[in-house]
Design a protein around this ligand. Structure first.
Ligand code: PMV
Length: 356
């Protein structure tokens, strides 16, 4: 927590997006954001979000500035609702000014809400004087966006459903770090579209759970995918990690395609990248696809193959390509400054390592 000349408190934090290797799709409690099934993710080292929260005593409403523009409507409301949770826990009532800078296209299925709410949870809890350990921070971030609870941690993280111990699910649903052997793993992110998606993930998962005859069987298969993923990570087997991640992602999209009416995020460019991934495998390169709530494909491969994978994807379709590797958990920036040299409002850390 910092204090400016007027005695107001601020907190500034940075967080990176995570990509689920075993997907989360579907909430059993919409208000508390409790998932039907556990999920397991990898936090990336690209596309950080930097957020600062400054208390504004006397202000009548929260101000939210997103990438330099004043947020209004549902975006402003979502941040303000989240701050209400923090205020309630801190026993305080001051409104705040929130400034956030995303280096990833927002709402394009590139996990911007995971880094966004992880950074906001840390910055806001700090500004309001709460001292939270990582588990408590993860639990809080979950209330902003489910996937955000995993971005609190660096590397691999497992989001527990909260039903494991038969206690209070709100307290027991948070992410924990997952041990993995050293692996040369990279994610080639193909940005075939950077505009916001037509259907939000919140809306799409609600509709899928309510209408897709495939949903329950996919959610039930998550348990065995999770066990297999734990084993693959422990023995450091990128091939198995990719295989499980691809079937989890494609299964998730299958539940959406079977919803009534279908939710389809894929475009012809998405299929072109999926075809390129198949060609790579046919030619003996270990490459597997993951897709979130959007048309953009993330290709899991060995770091040593990232340049080759990028070339083959680029040949298949014109798109921006960014190579990501495992990245760090959310952290505070002392005096609003990243030790790596960034400042709030600017991307601190790599905004994206463009494939050459
Ligand atoms: O946290 P949300 O509401 O943005 O949900 C994201 C869900 C997926 O990204 C599609 C899958 C996941 O596990 O992150």
């Amino acid at each position: 927590m910092g204090t400016d000349d007027t005695g107001t408190t601020t907190g500034t934090a940075i967080a990176h997006p995570n990509i689920a290797l075993v997907k989360y799709w579907g909430k059993r409690d919409e208000d508390l954001i409790l998932p039907y099934a556990p999920s397991l993710s990898l936090t990336l080292d690209v596309f950080p979000t930097t957020t600062s929260v400054r208390l504004a005593p006397g202000a009548g409403a929260d101000t939210v500035v997103l990438d330099g523009a004043m947020a209004t409507g549902s975006t402003q409301q979502r941040v303000s609702d989240f701050l209400d949770l923090v205020r309630e826990r801190a026993g305080r009532s001051e409104r705040a000014v929130v400034e956030t800078r995303n280096t990833v296209p927002t709402g394009a299925g590139l996990a911007s809400s995971s880094s966004g709410f992880a950074a906001l949870a840390l910055a806001a809890s700090t500004a309001y004087g709460l001292t939270l350990d990582r588990v408590a921070l993860s639990r809080l971030a979950r209330r902003g966006s489910g996937s955000a609870c995993r971005s609190v941690w660096g590397g691999y993280a497992l989001w527990r459903t909260g039903e494991e111990e038969g206690g209070d699910p709100d307290l027991d649903s948070y992410a924990v770090p997952v041990l993995a052997a050293e692996m040369d793993l990279a994610l080639v992110i193909s940005i075939v579209e950077s505009g916001p998606k037509a259907v939000s993930s919140r809306e799409a998962m609600r509709h899928t759970v309510a209408t897709s005859p495939c949903y329950q069987s996919w959610a039930a298969s998550n348990g065995s995918d999770l066990d297999a993923m734990h084993l693959a990570l422990r023995r450091g087997d990128p091939e198995a990690v990719g295989e499980i991640a691809e079937r989890s992602a494609l299964g998730m999209h299958a539940t959406m395609l079977a919803a009534r009416p279908a939710v389809r995020y894929w475009t012809p460019a998405t299929l072109a990248v999926l075809d390129a991934v198949l060609r790579l495998r046919h030619d003996g390169v270990s490459a597997y696809a993951s897709i979130d709530a959007g048309p953009n494909v993330k290709v899991l491969c060995r770091g040593a193959d990232a340049a080759l994978v990028s070339d083959v994807v680029r040949e298949a379709t014109a798109c921006r390509l960014v190579v990501a590797r495992p990245g760090p958990g959310a952290r505070l920036l002392a005096d609003g400054r990243d030790p790596a040299g960034g400042v709030p409002g600017e991307a601190s850390g790599p905004a994206g390592r463009e494939a050459s």
